[in-house]
Write a protein that binds this ligand. Structure first.
Ligand code: GLP
Length: 237
Protein backbone atom coordinates (compact mmCIF):
# COMPACT_ATOMS: atom_id res chain seq x y z
CA UNK A 1 0.00 0.00 0.00
CA UNK A 2 1.22 3.44 -0.83
CA UNK A 3 0.20 6.02 1.78
CA UNK A 4 -0.28 9.58 0.58
CA UNK A 5 -0.74 11.94 3.52
CA UNK A 6 -2.36 15.26 2.75
CA UNK A 7 -2.68 18.33 4.94
CA UNK A 8 -6.47 18.54 4.66
CA UNK A 9 -9.54 17.36 2.78
CA UNK A 10 -8.95 19.91 0.00
CA UNK A 11 -5.54 18.47 -0.79
CA UNK A 12 -6.83 14.88 -0.42
CA UNK A 13 -9.66 15.57 -2.87
CA UNK A 14 -7.41 17.37 -5.35
CA UNK A 15 -4.97 14.44 -5.32
CA UNK A 16 -7.72 11.85 -5.78
CA UNK A 17 -9.27 13.85 -8.63
CA UNK A 18 -5.86 14.21 -10.31
CA UNK A 19 -5.38 10.43 -10.30
CA UNK A 20 -8.88 9.83 -11.70
CA UNK A 21 -8.42 12.48 -14.40
CA UNK A 22 -5.06 10.99 -15.42
CA UNK A 23 -6.66 7.55 -15.67
CA UNK A 24 -9.43 8.85 -17.92
CA UNK A 25 -6.99 10.89 -20.02
CA UNK A 26 -4.76 7.85 -20.58
CA UNK A 27 -7.73 5.63 -21.39
CA UNK A 28 -10.91 7.47 -22.37
CA UNK A 29 -12.83 4.15 -22.18
CA UNK A 30 -11.78 3.65 -18.57
CA UNK A 31 -14.02 1.70 -16.21
CA UNK A 32 -14.29 3.48 -12.86
CA UNK A 33 -15.62 2.07 -9.61
CA UNK A 34 -17.28 4.86 -7.64
CA UNK A 35 -18.19 5.38 -4.00
CA UNK A 36 -20.74 7.43 -2.12
CA UNK A 37 -20.63 8.85 1.41
CA UNK A 38 -19.35 12.27 2.39
CA UNK A 39 -15.67 11.54 1.71
CA UNK A 40 -15.63 11.63 -2.11
CA UNK A 41 -17.90 14.68 -2.46
CA UNK A 42 -15.05 17.17 -2.89
CA UNK A 43 -13.23 14.82 -5.23
CA UNK A 44 -16.34 14.79 -7.43
CA UNK A 45 -16.49 18.60 -7.25
CA UNK A 46 -12.95 18.68 -8.61
CA UNK A 47 -13.89 16.31 -11.44
CA UNK A 48 -16.84 18.55 -12.35
CA UNK A 49 -14.58 21.61 -12.38
CA UNK A 50 -11.99 19.85 -14.55
CA UNK A 51 -14.75 18.87 -16.98
CA UNK A 52 -16.07 22.45 -17.08
CA UNK A 53 -12.54 23.71 -17.69
CA UNK A 54 -12.28 21.38 -20.70
CA UNK A 55 -9.51 19.31 -19.10
CA UNK A 56 -11.32 15.96 -19.19
CA UNK A 57 -14.26 14.23 -20.85
CA UNK A 58 -16.20 11.32 -19.36
CA UNK A 59 -18.09 10.63 -22.60
CA UNK A 60 -16.74 7.10 -23.03
CA UNK A 61 -16.24 6.21 -19.37
CA UNK A 62 -18.17 3.36 -17.76
CA UNK A 63 -18.88 3.40 -14.03
CA UNK A 64 -19.96 0.88 -11.43
CA UNK A 65 -21.01 2.08 -7.99
CA UNK A 66 -20.23 0.08 -4.91
CA UNK A 67 -23.62 -0.11 -3.33
CA UNK A 68 -27.26 0.89 -2.97
CA UNK A 69 -29.83 0.70 -0.18
CA UNK A 70 -32.52 -1.96 -0.59
CA UNK A 71 -36.00 -0.42 -0.62
CA UNK A 72 -35.11 3.07 -1.86
CA UNK A 73 -36.23 4.07 -5.35
CA UNK A 74 -33.50 5.51 -7.59
CA UNK A 75 -35.06 8.97 -7.30
CA UNK A 76 -35.41 8.81 -3.48
CA UNK A 77 -33.40 11.68 -1.99
CA UNK A 78 -31.31 9.25 0.11
CA UNK A 79 -30.66 6.69 -2.60
CA UNK A 80 -27.11 6.42 -3.88
CA UNK A 81 -28.40 6.77 -7.44
CA UNK A 82 -29.79 10.17 -6.51
CA UNK A 83 -26.52 11.02 -4.74
CA UNK A 84 -24.41 10.16 -7.79
CA UNK A 85 -26.64 12.15 -10.13
CA UNK A 86 -26.55 15.19 -7.87
CA UNK A 87 -22.89 15.05 -6.89
CA UNK A 88 -21.41 14.08 -10.26
CA UNK A 89 -23.29 12.60 -13.20
CA UNK A 90 -25.68 15.51 -13.83
CA UNK A 91 -22.75 17.91 -14.14
CA UNK A 92 -20.43 16.06 -16.53
CA UNK A 93 -20.74 14.62 -20.05
CA UNK A 94 -21.03 11.00 -18.94
CA UNK A 95 -23.49 8.74 -20.82
CA UNK A 96 -25.95 7.68 -18.09
CA UNK A 97 -26.43 4.37 -19.94
CA UNK A 98 -22.84 3.61 -19.00
CA UNK A 99 -23.35 4.28 -15.29
CA UNK A 100 -24.34 1.29 -13.18
CA UNK A 101 -25.73 1.29 -9.67
CA UNK A 102 -27.67 -1.64 -8.20
CA UNK A 103 -31.42 -1.07 -8.23
CA UNK A 104 -32.64 -0.91 -4.64
CA UNK A 105 -36.21 -1.54 -5.76
CA UNK A 106 -35.52 -4.70 -7.76
CA UNK A 107 -38.14 -7.41 -7.10
CA UNK A 108 -35.43 -9.82 -6.07
CA UNK A 109 -32.31 -8.27 -4.60
CA UNK A 110 -30.32 -11.52 -4.95
CA UNK A 111 -31.05 -11.62 -8.69
CA UNK A 112 -30.17 -7.90 -8.97
CA UNK A 113 -26.83 -8.66 -7.26
CA UNK A 114 -26.08 -11.47 -9.73
CA UNK A 115 -26.99 -9.27 -12.69
CA UNK A 116 -24.75 -6.48 -11.39
CA UNK A 117 -21.87 -8.91 -10.98
CA UNK A 118 -22.48 -10.18 -14.52
CA UNK A 119 -22.31 -6.65 -15.93
CA UNK A 120 -18.95 -6.08 -14.24
CA UNK A 121 -17.71 -9.38 -15.69
CA UNK A 122 -18.80 -8.29 -19.18
CA UNK A 123 -17.72 -4.65 -19.09
CA UNK A 124 -14.86 -4.76 -16.58
CA UNK A 125 -12.37 -5.18 -15.22
CA UNK A 126 -12.58 -2.01 -13.18
CA UNK A 127 -9.50 0.08 -13.95
CA UNK A 128 -9.70 2.32 -10.91
CA UNK A 129 -11.87 1.73 -7.86
CA UNK A 130 -12.56 4.56 -5.40
CA UNK A 131 -13.32 3.47 -1.85
CA UNK A 132 -14.32 5.26 1.34
CA UNK A 133 -13.87 3.66 4.75
CA UNK A 134 -16.64 2.93 7.23
CA UNK A 135 -16.04 3.53 10.95
CA UNK A 136 -16.06 -0.24 11.45
CA UNK A 137 -13.62 -0.81 8.58
CA UNK A 138 -16.23 -1.57 5.97
CA UNK A 139 -15.68 -0.98 2.27
CA UNK A 140 -18.77 -0.58 0.14
CA UNK A 141 -21.27 -2.09 2.55
CA UNK A 142 -19.12 -5.14 3.30
CA UNK A 143 -19.49 -5.26 7.04
CA UNK A 144 -17.06 -6.98 9.48
CA UNK A 145 -17.24 -10.74 9.03
CA UNK A 146 -17.90 -10.62 5.27
CA UNK A 147 -15.87 -13.36 3.56
CA UNK A 148 -13.01 -11.91 1.54
CA UNK A 149 -14.10 -13.87 -1.55
CA UNK A 150 -17.70 -12.60 -1.49
CA UNK A 151 -19.19 -11.37 -4.79
CA UNK A 152 -21.93 -8.73 -5.10
CA UNK A 153 -24.59 -9.61 -2.56
CA UNK A 154 -27.37 -8.48 -0.24
CA UNK A 155 -26.09 -7.21 3.09
CA UNK A 156 -27.75 -6.70 6.44
CA UNK A 157 -26.36 -3.40 7.68
CA UNK A 158 -24.50 -3.17 10.98
CA UNK A 159 -26.12 -1.06 13.67
CA UNK A 160 -22.99 1.15 13.71
CA UNK A 161 -23.39 1.76 9.98
CA UNK A 162 -27.09 2.57 10.27
CA UNK A 163 -26.39 4.99 13.11
CA UNK A 164 -23.51 6.59 11.25
CA UNK A 165 -25.61 7.04 8.10
CA UNK A 166 -28.68 8.25 10.03
CA UNK A 167 -27.29 11.78 9.67
CA UNK A 168 -28.54 11.79 6.08
CA UNK A 169 -32.09 10.74 7.09
CA UNK A 170 -34.72 12.41 9.30
CA UNK A 171 -34.47 9.61 11.85
CA UNK A 172 -32.74 6.28 12.43
CA UNK A 173 -35.88 4.25 11.72
CA UNK A 174 -35.81 5.51 8.11
CA UNK A 175 -32.33 4.11 7.44
CA UNK A 176 -32.76 0.89 5.42
CA UNK A 177 -31.75 -2.33 7.11
CA UNK A 178 -30.32 -3.91 3.96
CA UNK A 179 -28.23 -2.93 0.97
CA UNK A 180 -26.78 -4.47 -2.17
CA UNK A 181 -23.00 -4.21 -2.14
CA UNK A 182 -20.24 -5.08 -4.55
CA UNK A 183 -18.40 -7.91 -2.80
CA UNK A 184 -14.84 -7.81 -1.51
CA UNK A 185 -13.87 -10.47 -4.06
CA UNK A 186 -15.20 -8.17 -6.80
CA UNK A 187 -13.49 -5.08 -5.38
CA UNK A 188 -10.15 -6.90 -5.18
CA UNK A 189 -10.26 -7.58 -8.93
CA UNK A 190 -9.99 -3.86 -9.69
CA UNK A 191 -6.63 -3.10 -11.28
CA UNK A 192 -6.01 -0.12 -9.03
CA UNK A 193 -7.70 1.06 -5.84
CA UNK A 194 -7.81 4.46 -4.13
CA UNK A 195 -8.90 4.35 -0.49
CA UNK A 196 -9.92 7.84 0.62
CA UNK A 197 -9.95 8.43 4.37
CA UNK A 198 -10.81 11.80 5.86
CA UNK A 199 -11.19 12.93 9.46
CA UNK A 200 -9.64 12.10 12.83
CA UNK A 201 -12.61 9.94 13.85
CA UNK A 202 -11.21 7.33 11.44
CA UNK A 203 -7.64 7.38 12.80
CA UNK A 204 -7.96 4.21 14.88
CA UNK A 205 -9.65 2.14 12.21
CA UNK A 206 -7.21 3.38 9.55
CA UNK A 207 -4.28 2.23 11.70
CA UNK A 208 -5.86 -1.22 11.88
CA UNK A 209 -6.51 -1.29 8.16
CA UNK A 210 -2.94 -0.38 7.22
CA UNK A 211 -0.85 -1.90 10.02
CA UNK A 212 -3.11 -4.48 11.64
CA UNK A 213 -3.76 -8.13 10.93
CA UNK A 214 -5.47 -9.00 7.65
CA UNK A 215 -8.76 -10.24 9.04
CA UNK A 216 -12.38 -10.45 7.98
CA UNK A 217 -13.16 -8.57 11.20
CA UNK A 218 -11.67 -5.49 9.47
CA UNK A 219 -12.88 -5.75 5.86
CA UNK A 220 -10.55 -3.08 4.43
CA UNK A 221 -7.48 -4.87 5.84
CA UNK A 222 -7.58 -7.17 2.78
CA UNK A 223 -6.34 -4.19 0.76
CA UNK A 224 -2.87 -4.86 2.23
CA UNK A 225 -2.71 -7.83 -0.14
CA UNK A 226 -3.74 -5.95 -3.30
CA UNK A 227 -0.80 -5.07 -5.60
CA UNK A 228 -1.89 -1.51 -6.43
CA UNK A 229 -3.55 0.43 -3.62
CA UNK A 230 -3.07 4.07 -2.71
CA UNK A 231 -4.43 5.29 0.62
CA UNK A 232 -5.03 9.03 0.41
CA UNK A 233 -5.70 10.53 3.80
CA UNK A 234 -5.52 13.70 5.85
CA UNK A 235 -4.92 11.70 9.04
CA UNK A 236 -1.42 11.53 10.56
CA UNK A 237 -0.87 8.03 11.88
C1 GLP B 1 -21.09 4.33 3.67
C2 GLP B 1 -20.88 3.72 2.27
C3 GLP B 1 -19.45 3.48 2.00
C4 GLP B 1 -18.68 4.70 2.47
C5 GLP B 1 -18.66 4.74 3.95
C6 GLP B 1 -18.02 5.96 4.57
O1 GLP B 1 -21.92 3.59 4.48
N1 GLP B 1 -21.60 2.53 2.00
O2 GLP B 1 -19.24 3.18 0.64
O3 GLP B 1 -17.37 4.65 2.02
O4 GLP B 1 -19.93 4.48 4.48
O5 GLP B 1 -18.84 7.08 4.48
P1 GLP B 1 -18.33 8.54 4.76
O6 GLP B 1 -17.44 8.90 3.62
O7 GLP B 1 -19.59 9.37 4.77
O8 GLP B 1 -17.62 8.53 6.06
Amino acid sequence: MEIITCKDNEELSAKAAEIIINKVTEGPNAVLGLATGSTPVKTYENLIQAYKDGKVSFKNVTTFNLDEYVGLAPDHSNSYTHFMNEQLFDHIDIDKEKTHIPNGLADKSEKESEDFEQKIAEQGPIDLQILGLGLNGHIGFNEPGTPFNQRTHVVELDEITRQSNARFFDELSQVPTHAISMGIGTIMEAKEILLLVHGVQKADILKEVVHGEVTEKVPASILQTHPNVKVITDIEF
